[in-house]
Design a protein around this ligand. Structure first.
Ligand SMILES: [Ca+2]
Ligand SMILES: [Ca+2]
Length: 462
């Protein structure tokens, strides 16, 4: 047989070349098209065709999530939607729209005047990786029996929660009546966690091995109720329960959070009392800045219980805790914690001390009722504006004015600048210079005039 010539191979060569070209064209056609982040709309009045406008909006957030891709935004019109809602990864979901805003009018949304509710479900919202949840009221959820997380559940993901109210959720199993976070990170800003309950731990928020930072938020009226399947138990962390990881709060208020109950005398932890009205730290550590703790209670440690020597309080005001149960316990059990420029007064404590733990807190430049060793600490009436109604701003003449220290915080709980004059103790910086008697922001001849006019008035014989 003659060897094949090149010419004989030509048809094969051309066929292969054509096939290769076709394959290349096919491959290009099959490559995913470049995508641009889409804005999908949700409105009860939409016709549900594609979500690209309010007219063609999906009728529920879940329908939008089914088609949403990472990077997309979902705009949700003010209404009440039923949970549960499974977030799609990388999607930002915004509430607070009236349902007329154009693509350029994102800033017109208002989560307070256009309330957008998601309610009900075994965990109302299940977060995905990089979820952004902004502008929603999340309520009436019940957690899953094994994990908890009545309102929001986030496992192994990093999420942002902004401008939300997590209210009136419950879990009977697991932890975290309002929210459960495990093996992830959460950044929470301008939110309210209120009236959430857990049968065991973490009435408001339950955290396992996660980093959670909370800014400008309120954690109020949450309860770890200390009863499970009709069995007496103990609730840990009325407001927040942390087991591993780190909790940071900035400009926050913990108020009226309660951990109730005792374990049954016959059960696994006989007679153990509830611990940590505001926060219970089983493992990990916490950092509290410009944070007010007011009216929290538990049988064992009304404020914060547990936490290693890295637990730190800077410019915190800690008042009126422990008066509900009046139980013979310390308000703070965080061994070796650091307390800098704080006010700790008018709390119910037992006859010995306001703190417990093997290692006493190291405090300085703080007002601590009953006194505490440390540079710059004082024991005096802090002169709050109206403590009976919970106003813990400082009155003119308060010994806490200009007697704190630089904690690195440049604003106070109200967001006002710090320092004015020198640094103050507590969560609220007195907004005037001490000698600015007329409060016009300057110390000048007018203040001197008032000072001279009043000189020695009120002293004997004048
Ligand atoms: Ca000051
Ligand atoms: Ca003045």
């Amino acid at each position: 047989m003659e060897p094949k010539t090149i010419d004989a191979n030509l048809p094969v060569f051309y066929t292969l070349a054509i096939m290769n070209a076709l394959r290349t064209i096919l491959l290009i056609a099959l490559l995913p098209l470049p995508t641009w982040p889409a804005t999908l709309h949700v409105s009860p009045d939409g016709d549900g065709t594609n979500g690209l406008s309010w007219e063609t909006a999906f009728s529920t957030p879940q329908e939008a999530m089914v088609v949403a891709a990472s990077g997309d935004s979902v705009w949700v019109r003010s209404a009440t939607y039923l949970g549960p809602l499974d977030m799609a990864p990388g999607v930002r979901m915004y509430g607070g729209f009236s349902g007329t805003e154009s693509a350029e009018e994102f800033l017109l949304r208002n989560w307070k005047t256009n309330p957008t509710h998601v309610r009900g479900g075994r965990s109302v919202i299940r977060a995905a990786s990089e979820s952004v949840i902004d502008g929603f009221t999340v309520s009436a959820g019940s957690g899953t029996p094994d994990t908890g997380g009545g309102g929001i559940i986030a496992i192994g993901v990093s999420i942002a929660l902004q401008n939300c109210a997590i209210s009136g959720n419950h879990t009977s199993g697991g932890i975290g009546g309002g929210m459960y976070i495990r093996s992830g990170t959460a950044t929470i800003q301008n939110c309210i966690f209120d009236r959430n309950t857990s049968f065991t731990s973490g009435g408001g928020v339950g955290i396992i091995n996660s980093i959670v930072r909370i800014y400008d938020s309120r954690i109020e009226d949450n309860t770890a109720s200390g009863i499970q399947n009709s069995v007496r138990y103990f609730g840990w962390g009325g407001g927040v329960y942390l087991s591993g990881g780190r909790l940071e709060t900035y400009n926050c208020i913990f108020r009226r959070n309660i951990a109730r109950g005792f374990a049954s005398p016959f059960g696994q932890f006989p007679g153990i009392p509830s611990q940590g009205g505001a926060v219970r730290i089983l493992g990990g550590n916490a950092y509290f800045a410009n944070t007010l703790f007011d009216l929290n209670d538990a049988y064992g440690g009304s404020l914060v219980t547990g936490g290693g020597p890295d637990t730190e309080f800077r410019n915190c005001t800690i008042v009126r805790n422990g008066f509900l149960f009046r139980w013979d316990a310390n308000i703070l059990g965080a061994s070796g914690s650091r307390i800098i420029a704080c006010i700790i007064t008018n709390n119910f404590t037992d006859s010995t001390s306001w703190h417990s733990g093997s290692d006493a807190p190291r405090a300085h430049h703080s007002l601590i009722e009953g006194g505490h060793p440390g540079e710059g600490n004082i024991d005096a009436d802090p002169m709050f504006v109206d403590p009976e109604i919970g106003d813990f701003h400082l009155q003119r003449g308060s010994p806490c004015i200009d007697s704190g220290t630089d904690t690195g915080l440049t604003t106070d709980l109200d967001g006002n600048p710090r320092p004015i004059g020198d640094y103050d103790m507590g969560a609220f910086e007195f907004p005037y210079l001490r000698s600015d008697i007329d409060g016009n922001g300057r110390v000048d001849e007018n203040d001197l005039f008032v000072f001279q006019r009043d000189w020695r008035k009120g002293t004997e014989g004048r």
